[in-house]
Design a protein around this ligand. Sequence first.
Ligand code: SAM
Length: 456
Amino acid sequence: MMTLPLVLRGDVRPFVIVGGGPVAARKADTLVKAGAEVLLIAPQVTADIQSLADDGALTLALREAQSGEVFRAGSFVVLATNDADTNQQLAEQARAQHCFVCRTDQPDDNDFIFPAVIDRSPLMVSVSTRGSAPALTRHIRQRLEAFIPQDYGRLAGYAESLRERVKSLLPKQERAAFWRRWLNSRAPEMILARQPQRAEAETEACLQGQQMQGEVALVGAGPGDPDLLTFRALRLIQSADVVFYDRLVGDGIMDLVDPAAEKYYVGKKMSHHSVPQDDINQLLIHAAQEGKRVLRLKGGDPFIFGRGGEEIQQLAGTGIPFQVVPGITAASGCAAYAGIPLTHRDYAQSVRFVTGHLKNGTCNLPWNELIHPDQTLVIYMGLNGLPVICSQLIAAGMPPETPVALVEKGTLPEQKVHIGTLSSMPQYIEGREIHAPTLTIVGDVVRLHETLKWRP
Ligand SMILES: C[S@@+](CC[C@H](N)C(=O)[O-])C[C@H]1O[C@@H](n2cnc3c(N)ncnc32)[C@H](O)[C@@H]1O
């Protein structure tokens, strides 16, 4: 059977559904959403169908379909009874009356079929295997659902509203080039980021053929596993002209950057700043002033111990447009991949993130404030300072047997989870080769690791 996908206006043809079960209900729901005029014939119907009828969305004929059923010529008839003979007989009658037939029990005997639909109205994507492999159709639809952001409907709506303007401003031969330019411009991303004024300015520049304004996206790359990127982060990574990235952004994520993009490592190591923060801020500004799409890619979340705030503070003063995309912070990523819930009704009602960064060889934390029953403590950047942290917490009154987890290279294939207590951990790490980055989790929730760990 050969098929041809066509898009049918929902409101120009009458639809008849014969059958009142769940399959008929699904078809009725699809048709009603498309604005179709629907007559449903069945002696009994599901609650969903009844409620559509109660709302006036379809007409219900509570009876068996008759052997001499009369259909309006040109109707689309969906046969969804659970009796193959009835479906067969009605199909013949409907076709004799110049109707199109869809038999839900016979994929091979259809004049039309219902594809799986990804609905981002006015954008509609349909997937079909001609009814031969519905599971595959569903699988592909689910993948596309994840790939096409929900807001694409707004993007399509904006493009639709732009068509008349493009027609009136540009001669026919220039329109295709405009749409290519526009779709590759920052306007679509701005629409998705709900920045309509900037999208409008960008669109105007495209219409005038002007050079685009540069912009900076400060993007959280998550704790390491590329699968933990957000959809928006992925889109921005793939469309950047220039990327400034940190040490914690691994190869798996950098491989997603367009090979043609410029890439600059501006990472820092403990007490060794490869590029001073002020210089990074200036680099971002200069690149954006050259009209580039600048991606500032940072490990975890840019606003959690990431100095992201400082970088955009400078940008904000220049008028260069920017956006911030959150990432999964190391605490969430490491905790999830180590099987240690940061809060749990039996163990911890609050969680506190602190940095154990040593300044001049000391680690100054408000120790007394950190001693709180039922609280989980997450310490970022703390490996060197861990012995000091453990002894200070004990000195401030935390029980020495409080469980501690040290998560090494969390979420990455090399992840290791080291378990100990406040009193044992300093000795445990001595002489062991532990690789950065590491994150320390202190508190009773660590006890759950043994039963909840799920990664080898
Ligand atoms: C400068 S902070 C940046 C934190 C980042 N902005 C975030 O939200 O995760 C760097 C510290 O985060 C922690 N970290 C980041 N990624 C990690 C990972 N994959 N495994 C363990 N710790 C990690 C380590 O404590 C590291 O020293």
